[in-house]
Design a binder for this molecule. Structure first.
Ligand SMILES: [Zn+2]
Ligand SMILES: [Zn+2]
Length: 151
């Protein structure tokens, strides 16, 4: 945790942020999280430490961090925007039922080429691959329900 805090502090400093305990906590919350939280989720967590912080402050900080490239917005489909502090190349699986977003790596996906006609016409900044479906928890829940119904 100490390590994360000093990492967050240094990264914020390097990117010209004014260091406040709230900012460090918001950024740390993202860095420590595996579940791609929404602004709302970050707000609820940060509020435990700073009961007076407003949702607006959290939301604004998240957008500033995104603008400076410290975190990324995740293609989260309909619903609130979700954020990710893991900047290393990786892909997402999104559960349509519980909205969980899970990271995965895939060598084959790393090598997908952008079509030539797109490269000629546009400047591509980002290429994302998102898989959608049901996570294992939701599959077992649905299975359990079906068994129950059949009785
Ligand atoms: Zn699920
Ligand atoms: Zn991710």
């Amino acid at each position: 945790m100490e390590q994360t805090i000093s990492f967050c502090k240094n990264t914020l400093k390097k990117h010209g942020f004014r260091i406040t305990p709230q900012r460090i906590t918001i950024f740390c919350c993202l860095v420590n999280s595996e579940d791609h939280p929404s602004a709302e989720m970050v707000y609820h967590q940060v509020k435990r430490e700073f009961p007076n912080i407003s949702f607006d402050t959290v939301n604004r900080t998240l957008h500033c961090l995104t603008e400076k490239g410290l975190i990324k917005m995740v293609e989260s489909g309909p619903g609130p925007r979700r954020f990710d502090a893991h900047l290393k190349k990786h892909y997402h699986f999104r559960c349509c039922n519980c909205k969980k977003i899970v990271d995965f790596d895939c060598k084959e996906y790393d090598n997908i080429k952008i079509p030539d006609d797109i490269v000629k016409k546009f400047k591509v900044f980002r290429q994302d691959i998102v898989l959608e479906g049901l996570c294992s928890d939701c599959i077992s829940k649905i299975k359990a329900k079906n068994v129950f119904r059949a009785e």
